[in-house]
Design a protein around this ligand. Structure first.
Ligand SMILES: [Zn+2]
Length: 458
């Protein structure tokens, strides 16, 4: 009872609460009470005010109070890519990698790794995203890179699942370093409430068989691989050519496809391989903006659902705004599927239900991603007062046509107010931007000195 009257309790109210999860509820004139890192109560504001009369009040100003967003596939290291010109023609996916991303990741040094993590974490907070699954590459600085990123995101206040993308494209020695970086990070952060590790791999087509075997034998059991799969046809063709099977079959033969496996893209997977993902309960991560940007095709959502795949949503470094990604996911499928209504149902589940389900597996938090009593206090307040009726049947419409694109007013990560009234509390965005402008000429110079023509497997 003592705590009920304590000032350590915050009552976030004067808004419409949408609880999230697989069966979201709407509470108009609702509120969320939280203390330390937990949600204490969710309900009508007048009820919560009587239970917690002395709580500190945080005003949602009529906005929508949602669980903090979860992004299942992001790349912190891409922050400095904006405005960078490769100086070479780029016409297909392998050139996008070889002439742009593989030169950019080699240009990273400790300073730019850290700064990129800070800048992207600030973007996440600005967009109400409180849990991020990141996929990192910095061949010039492998050992210790994940902890450097972990320090930045911890300072920012968001939760993260980090991994290093193992690849043989820069030689087998780098692949071995990547394996050790993943293993030591995963082990070091077991039980950490906000930072966890997964086992990162670039894609089957840049991995040698001895590297894959080593990963299969050395990776901690069920740690969860995080890998790009069949993003472009090249991954399927190269894997088939070299191993005689497709990428998912290859990973499954190695025992790496399980409920913790995070498989980004899957655009060119066969029905049979989608079936393996479904059977194993692995996670297929849809990144529609990135797929469009890279012109690799569209995920066949209907087929993936038919094969039992759990489909989550990621952004692949394109944005940190999950609602914009959600809106793009639906717009980009218009005219592709015959049954638009069924599609809307599937896509609406990706962000709030499926991403939450996946994050729970990694953080051992059965209520993560939902605003209910006992859940981690991860909250986003969208500054979009609703001018039409909302109920549990039309939440998706309000998210797509009202909330997407609206600014986020407050972001709360594990009970800490990370952004209040549009001002980030944990980081200084202007200072970060100034630092980035200062060091980006050197970064760009290093980038331009890197040669293209990297062989896939070193
Ligand atoms: Zn990616």
């Amino acid at each position: 009872m003592k705590e009920k009257n304590s000032k350590s309790i915050t009552l976030l109210g004067a808004g419409t609460v949408v609880t999230g999860g697989s069966a979201p509820l709407v509470i108009e004139n609702g509120a969320v009470a939280f203390s330390k890192d937990r949600v204490l109560e969710v309900g009508p504001e007048k009820d919560l005010r009587s239970i917690y009369p002395d709580a500190r009040f945080l005003d949602a100003q009529g906005g929508i109070i949602l669980p903090g967003f979860i992004n299942l596939h992001h790349h912190f290291y891409s922050a400095l890519a904006v405005g960078l010109d490769s100086g070479m023609p780029i016409i297909d996916f392998t050139q996008i990698l070889d002439r742009f991303w593989w030169r950019l990741d080699r240009a990273h040094d400790w300073k730019t790794i850290e700064l990129s993590a800070f800048i992207t974490a600030a973007d996440c907070i600005q967009n109400g995203c409180t849990t991020v699954f990141d996929h990192h590459a910095s061949p010039s600085c492998i050992k210790g890179s994940l902890n450097r990123i972990a320090q930045a995101v911890t300072e920012a206040g968001i939760s993260s699942v980090l991994c290093y993308e193992v690849s043989d494209r820069n030689g087998h020695k780098d692949a071995l370093l990547g394996i050790e970086e993943n293993i030591s990070f995963i082990e070091e952060h077991l039980g950490d409430p906000q930072i966890r590790g997964a086992f990162g791999m670039h894609a089957c087509f840049t991995l040698r068989d001895e590297t894959l075997s080593r990963i299969a034998s050395r990776a901690p059991k069920d740690c969860g691989i995080h890998i790009h799969v069949a993003e472009d046809k090249v991954d399927v063709a190269e894997t088939q050519d070299r191993f005689g099977v497709g990428p998912v079959q290859l990973l499954d033969d190695l025992g790496l496809i399980n409920e913790h496996a995070l498989l980004a893209h899957g655009v060119h997977l066969s029905e049979r391989e989608l079936g393996i993902i479904g059977e194993r309960g692995a996670v297929l991560i849809h990144n529609p903006e990135s797929n469009a940007n890279n012109r690799v095709g569209r995920l066949d959502i209907e087929k993936a659902v038919e094969k039992g795949c759990l489909i989550g949503l990621g952004t692949d470094g394109m944005t940190s705004a999950m609602l914009l990604e959600l809106r793009f996911a639906i717009l980009n499928q218009q005219g592709v599927l015959a049954d638009a209504e069924a599609l809307a149902k599937v896509i609406s589940k990706m962000l709030f239900a499926n991403n939450a389900m996946v994050a729970r597996r990694f953080f051992d938090e059965p209520l993560l991603g939902e605003l209910v009593k006992g859940a981690p206090a991860d909250i986003a307040v969208i500054d979009a007062p609703l001018h039409t009726k909302i109920d549990s049947s039309n939440i998706f419409s309000h998210m797509i046509y009202r909330a997407a694109g609206a600014p986020v007013r407050h972001t709360i990560g594990r009970g800490n107010i990370l952004m209040k009234d549009f001002q980030i509390q944990t980081l200084d965005r202007k200072e970060l931007a100034a630092k980035a402008r200062e060091i980006s000429p050197d970064f760009q110079e290093r980038f331009h000195k890197k040669k293209a023509g990297t062989p896939f497997r070193g």
